[in-house]
Write a protein that binds this ligand. Sequence first.
Ligand code: CA
Length: 241
Amino acid sequence: MSLILHAATVTDVGLVRTNNEDSAYVGRRVFAVADGVGGMPAGEVASALVIRALVELDDASGAADPTEELREAIESANQQIRDQVAADPMSDGMGTTVTALLVAGDGIALLHVGDSRCYLLRDVDFKQLTRDDTFVQALVDQGLLSPDEARTHPRRSLVTQAVQGDELSPAVTVLSPRPGDRFLLCSDGLSDALTDAAIARTLRSDPDPQHCAEALVRLALSAGATDNVTVIVADVAEDRR
Ligand code: CA
């Protein structure tokens, strides 16, 4: 059985910022969110660059190992950022998170760097599939902070890994999706503004991915989203072509 994703993306600059450093892509095989690392220069250049590298996979046959395809695309983007920084030292520190799904037959590969998240809603279960590369997540892992405390911690957006030209170890996994599964990819502008419970409730509230993506962004804005907010809602279906 081959799978297909029916997906929609919505992005908003948020209530405070004047520029949107997030980039997102919804394609045939590739679904990705990237968030130019906050406070660093040229964040939006970096997020656009990593998305461009992933878009090239959309036309690939899908015969290759999808985890390798994702790794190579991210490494290529990482190299381009390294080259850009070498050519223009003023852009030093430009970086981006990336969370990407790549469909290959009946599987989906997931690659993750940084703090843009992937969640899965399957029947009654709702869970976060990615583990944030952040300072506060490391404290949670050590039992020094509760997940609730992490959500409001002043240093919560400090990422411990980004695509920024340095050596990189992306988390890459292969998922076994089922028709009816719903994925959410989002930048931290969403997950900072809303609790997991609110996100899950909204994902369950509307079968249409576009409406659902709009509802999530609307909720984040009404919760006072200070950051850029970007979401992709992607529903798994059987490909009957
Ligand atoms: Ca952000």
